[in-house]
Ligand binder design. Structure first.
Ligand code: XMP
Ligand code: MG
Length: 183
């Protein structure tokens, strides 16, 4: 496969880099208002949320701290297993902290509903979720997302941090991956 020809593997751009930028600015203003006077701990979920974290954090004017977790629910395929495993844990003690989870995408919702419960059980003062994308038609459990970027159709998407088999994360936009790539 030619790594230079990413476009050939895509069927449609769903969300452009500019749309993402504008949306993150809008969400940042809401977050600033909601958390006025409180320190925020942004918890990014590796690896998909790296781009969202980088851009959202730089939109936020007050001090924030950042930490990272890696969890696995997927393996190399496109279907959620429902089994969540911590691959890399936080370095931060959550006691009394206001945690804002930063995620790339909510698909079945299984990963985030598990993660929220896990972080709440560590004594955080609050746990909220910011997710760039959500697939409403794929939901298996309801997840209460305080800050949401875009609802998208139930198709496998890549770009802006989202991968298929570790590729496409460096695409600027979010695009639908052509079925010929994974079938
Ligand atoms: P669940 O189903 O637990 O899934 O909400 C959340 C995680 O699954 C990955 N995911 C995707 N990754 N394109 C991707 O590149 C997609 O369309 C997609 N849907 C789910 C992602 O890692 C997310 O954190
Ligand atoms: Mg992923």
């Amino acid at each position: 496969m030619e790594s230079r020809e990413i476009e050939a593997d895509l069927t449609e751009v769903l969300v452009t880099e500019q749309q993402i930028r504008d949306k993150l600015a809008e969400l940042a203003r809401q977050i600033e208002a909601d958390y006025e006077g409180r320190d925020i701990l942004l918890v990014g979920v590796l690896k998909g949320a790296v781009m969202v974290m980088a851009d959202l954090a730089r939109e936020l004017r007050p001090h924030v701290t950042m930490d990272w977790m890696a969890v696995s629910s997927y393996g190399m395929g496109t279907q959620s297993s429902g089994v969540v495993r911590i691959l890399k844990d936080l370095d931060t003690d959550l006691t009394g902290r206001h945690v804002l989870i930063v995620e790339d995408i909510i698909d079945s919702g299984l990963t985030l509903s598990w993660l929220r419960g896990n972080l709440e059980s560590r004594g955080a003062a609050s746990v909220e979720i910011c997710a760039l994308l959500r697939k409403p038609d794929a939901a298996k459990v309801e997840v209460d997302v305080r800050y949401l970027g875009f609802d998208i159709p139930n198709q496998f998407v890549v770009g802006y941090g989202l991968d298929y088999a570790e590729r496409y994360r460096n695409l600027q936009d979010v695009a639908i991956l052509a079925p010929h790539v994974y079938s």
